[in-house]
Design a binder for this molecule. Structure first.
Ligand SMILES: O=C([O-])CC(=O)C(=O)O
Ligand SMILES: [Mg+2]
Length: 389
């Protein structure tokens, strides 16, 4: 059993939206195909992967380091004999050969993207949905049947006024979502509070709304927003300050009594551990948003979940960033607390299988081998067009 070829390409996921820190006018993403010599239903098994929105395509790193390391490795060293399959842990180790610790920047995205394709292939070789394979291997066979999801959007957009935001929130409600998320921090505080009130006029109680500052605020601004937001009793206040400013997060938690969420820009177990150690996060209340596709993939994610357990954090406190099917499988198979969903933005990467609707903020998973990409027609068509033709 061996990987015969790995292909990668950078594709556009540009759109005119903006959060408090970046706009997505030139956003790209890598797509990857890991082609194997295994045959299922008369076709070679091919695993697919892509990196989450918000970081750009990582083709150069893949072409120069990670793909050659895998293709030069002894194929025997990449096999999981016990399960008669490829071994994602051995593959990860080969990819990370001669990589120093620390400085988890773009390379964690490159590795995370290939890792996604490897797990897709592994589940396809096993003939199971990935969430089922994960539950069977690591959770005594018990998977969640459905996963809690919230609708992420509420971006700043040229020409999108209050009415546009309300229409967007209403459309999420109409599509089965109870909780939605909107951006804050690009407009002045007073304007943002008008936007928050507009969203709440559609969503109802504060517990149906999350706000996301995308790491924009210094401590003073984070505290000013905390004071203004507190009376609304929102579901969560996300990424107030710089993702690596644990002291800011810890100080903020002394002044804000509601739930906070952060972690989407922490790309390693070690960075996540620093948040747990130094960020003042409350394990009974707060939410961690690590995204495997940005942070060295599922192999590293399992280390992060182990680290959390060692620190008394339940895996149910994790609701990954990214709104993609890989995290949805991890959520169902490894018992996370939910998953982000992008009903409208970042298509066709955001969103789940075409035939699973969101009902009461819960989404099911398709009964298809692998991550389920083949059940999301627009995404599968993109993979085929960009990587196989
Ligand atoms: O706007 C972004 O970069 C995405 C984001 O923070 C989120 O989905 O939480
Ligand atoms: Mg965010």
């Amino acid at each position: 059993m061996r990987i015969t070829e790995i292909r990668e390409k950078t594709v556009s996921i540009a759109s005119p939206i903006a959060n408090a820190f970046i706009d997505f006018s030139k956003m790209t993403c890598s797509v990857v195909a890991v082609i194997t010599d295994q045959i299922r239903d008369g076709e070679p098994v091919i695993g697919f992967g892509f990196n989450s929105n918000g970081r750009y395509g990582q083709g150069a790193l893949m072409r120069e380091r990670f793909i050659p390391r895998l293709m030069e490795a002894n194929p025997e060293a990449l096999i999981d004999r016990e399960n008669d399959n490829l071994d994602p842990f051995a593959i990860w180790k080969v990819m990370m050969t001669n990589e120093k610790p620390g400085g988890h920047g773009e390379r964690s995205v490159a590795v995370g993207t290939i890792d996604m394709a490897v797990w897709d292939a592994v589940a396809k070789i096993a003939g199971k949905p990935l969430y089922r394979l994960l539950a069977d291997r690591y959770r005594e066979g018990i998977a969640d049947d459905s996963v809690w999801v919230y609708a992420a959007g509420g971006y700043y957009h040229p020409g999108k006024e209050i009415e546009g935001l309300k229409d967007e929130m209403k459309s999420y409600r109409d599509r089965g979502y109870k909780v939605a998320k909107m951006k804050i921090g690009l407009a002045p505080l007073a304007d943002d509070m008008k936007r928050v009130e507009a969203a709440l006029s559609v969503l109802g109680e504060g517990q149906n709304l999350c706000v996301d500052a995308n790491g924009r605020f210094d401590l003073k601004t984070a505290l000013a927003y905390a004071r203004a937001l507190e009376p609304y009793d929102l579901y969560w206040y996300e990424e107030a300050g710089d993702p690596l400013d644990y002291a800011l997060q810890a100080e903020l938690s002394q002044h804000y009594s509601g739930r906070m969420a952060t972690g989407e820009n922490l790309f390693s177990m070690q960075d996540a551990r620093n948040l747990i150690r130094h960020g003042g996060m409350n394990r009974e209340r707060d939410i961690l948003q690590f995204d495997c596709a940005l942070s060295y993939g599922l192999v590293e994610y399992m280390r992060t979940l182990e680290m959390m357990a060692e620190n008394g954090w339940s895996s149910r406190r994790v609701v990954p960033h990214g709104g993609h099917q890989m995290s949805l499988n991890i959520a169902a198979g490894l018992h996370l607390g939910g998953n982000e969903s992008y009903p409208d933005v970042f298509q066709p990467f955001g969103g789940f299988a075409d035939d699973v609707a969101v009902v009461d903020s819960q989404v099911g998973l398709p009964d298809a081998p692998g991550v389920g990409f083949e059940r999301k027609a627009a995404l599968y068509a993109l993979f085929k067009r960009e990587l196989l033709e």
